[in-house]
Design a protein around this ligand. Sequence first.
Ligand code: SF4
Length: 118
Amino acid sequence: MKEWDVVCIVCPKGCRMKVTEENNDMKVSGNQCKRGLTYGVKEVTNPTRVITSTVKVNHPIHRRMPVVTKGAVPKGMMLDVMKEINLIELELPIMVGDMIIGDVLGTGINIVASRTIK
Ligand code: SF4
Protein backbone atom coordinates (compact mmCIF):
# COMPACT_ATOMS: atom_id res chain seq x y z
CA MET A 1 0.00 0.00 0.00
CA LYS A 2 1.18 3.51 -0.83
CA GLU A 3 0.34 6.45 1.39
CA TRP A 4 0.71 10.24 1.04
CA ASP A 5 0.05 13.12 3.42
CA VAL A 6 -1.55 15.95 1.48
CA VAL A 7 -2.73 19.39 2.57
CA CYS A 8 -5.72 20.50 0.52
CA ILE A 9 -5.17 23.99 -0.93
CA VAL A 10 -8.55 24.32 -2.62
CA CYS A 11 -9.97 26.53 0.15
CA PRO A 12 -8.54 28.32 3.21
CA LYS A 13 -9.48 25.49 5.62
CA GLY A 14 -6.39 23.59 4.50
CA CYS A 15 -7.60 20.13 5.49
CA ARG A 16 -4.83 17.64 6.27
CA MET A 17 -5.62 14.54 4.27
CA LYS A 18 -4.24 11.07 3.80
CA VAL A 19 -4.31 9.55 0.34
CA THR A 20 -3.82 5.81 0.05
CA GLU A 21 -3.53 3.49 -2.92
CA GLU A 22 -3.93 -0.25 -2.77
CA ASN A 23 -4.58 -2.51 -5.77
CA ASN A 24 -5.23 0.56 -7.96
CA ASP A 25 -7.92 1.72 -5.53
CA MET A 26 -7.37 5.25 -4.22
CA LYS A 27 -8.91 6.49 -0.99
CA VAL A 28 -8.80 9.94 0.60
CA SER A 29 -9.48 10.66 4.26
CA GLY A 30 -9.41 13.87 6.27
CA ASN A 31 -11.16 15.93 3.60
CA GLN A 32 -14.21 17.91 4.66
CA CYS A 33 -15.79 18.04 1.21
CA LYS A 34 -15.77 16.40 -2.22
CA ARG A 35 -13.38 18.98 -3.64
CA GLY A 36 -10.73 17.66 -1.31
CA LEU A 37 -11.29 14.14 -2.60
CA THR A 38 -10.69 15.28 -6.18
CA TYR A 39 -7.71 17.40 -5.16
CA GLY A 40 -6.10 14.62 -3.11
CA VAL A 41 -6.21 12.08 -5.94
CA LYS A 42 -4.99 14.62 -8.50
CA GLU A 43 -2.19 15.82 -6.23
CA VAL A 44 -0.61 12.36 -6.05
CA THR A 45 -1.32 11.35 -9.68
CA ASN A 46 -0.96 14.55 -11.72
CA PRO A 47 -0.19 17.60 -9.55
CA THR A 48 -0.80 20.97 -11.21
CA ARG A 49 -0.71 24.60 -10.16
CA VAL A 50 -2.04 27.94 -11.34
CA ILE A 51 0.90 30.35 -11.53
CA THR A 52 0.66 34.03 -10.68
CA SER A 53 3.65 36.24 -11.34
CA THR A 54 4.67 39.56 -12.84
CA VAL A 55 6.25 40.52 -16.16
CA LYS A 56 8.67 43.36 -16.80
CA VAL A 57 7.11 46.47 -18.36
CA ASN A 58 9.06 49.01 -20.37
CA HIS A 59 7.63 52.11 -18.69
CA PRO A 60 9.15 54.70 -16.31
CA ILE A 61 6.36 54.39 -13.69
CA HIS A 62 4.76 50.97 -14.18
CA ARG A 63 7.62 48.50 -13.92
CA ARG A 64 5.72 45.19 -13.62
CA MET A 65 2.48 43.74 -14.95
CA PRO A 66 0.72 40.98 -12.95
CA VAL A 67 0.00 37.87 -15.00
CA VAL A 68 -1.67 34.52 -14.37
CA THR A 69 -1.95 31.19 -16.15
CA LYS A 70 -5.47 30.59 -17.52
CA GLY A 71 -5.50 27.13 -16.02
CA ALA A 72 -3.16 24.88 -14.10
CA VAL A 73 0.19 23.73 -15.46
CA PRO A 74 2.01 20.55 -14.39
CA LYS A 75 3.79 21.18 -11.09
CA GLY A 76 7.04 19.83 -12.52
CA MET A 77 7.02 22.54 -15.21
CA MET A 78 6.60 25.51 -12.87
CA LEU A 79 10.25 26.57 -12.93
CA ASP A 80 10.41 26.35 -16.73
CA VAL A 81 7.20 28.38 -17.04
CA MET A 82 8.67 31.00 -14.70
CA LYS A 83 11.76 31.20 -16.92
CA GLU A 84 9.51 31.89 -19.93
CA ILE A 85 7.66 34.58 -17.98
CA ASN A 86 10.95 36.20 -17.00
CA LEU A 87 11.98 36.52 -20.67
CA ILE A 88 9.01 38.79 -21.46
CA GLU A 89 9.12 42.60 -21.58
CA LEU A 90 5.87 44.41 -22.37
CA GLU A 91 4.94 47.77 -23.85
CA LEU A 92 1.84 49.54 -22.51
CA PRO A 93 -1.12 49.70 -22.80
CA ILE A 94 -2.11 46.23 -21.67
CA MET A 95 -5.69 45.29 -20.87
CA VAL A 96 -6.76 42.69 -18.33
CA GLY A 97 -7.11 39.35 -20.14
CA ASP A 98 -4.63 40.23 -22.92
CA MET A 99 -2.60 37.19 -23.89
CA ILE A 100 1.03 37.51 -22.82
CA ILE A 101 2.21 33.99 -23.77
CA GLY A 102 0.06 31.54 -25.73
CA ASP A 103 0.34 27.79 -25.15
CA VAL A 104 3.27 28.20 -22.80
CA LEU A 105 5.80 25.40 -23.39
CA GLY A 106 3.18 23.37 -25.27
CA THR A 107 0.99 22.95 -22.19
CA GLY A 108 -2.08 24.34 -23.95
CA ILE A 109 -2.25 26.98 -21.22
CA ASN A 110 -2.13 30.71 -21.96
CA ILE A 111 -0.62 33.33 -19.71
CA VAL A 112 -2.71 36.49 -19.56
CA ALA A 113 -2.54 39.93 -17.96
CA SER A 114 -4.47 40.12 -14.70
CA ARG A 115 -4.65 43.93 -14.65
CA THR A 116 -5.17 46.84 -17.02
CA ILE A 117 -2.41 49.41 -17.22
CA LYS A 118 -2.94 52.16 -19.80
S1 SF4 B 1 -11.25 19.33 1.65
FE1 SF4 B 1 -12.83 20.85 1.17
S2 SF4 B 1 -13.03 22.00 3.09
FE2 SF4 B 1 -11.08 20.93 3.20
S3 SF4 B 1 -9.56 22.40 2.41
FE3 SF4 B 1 -10.23 21.10 0.69
S4 SF4 B 1 -11.87 22.27 -0.26
FE4 SF4 B 1 -11.57 23.13 1.76
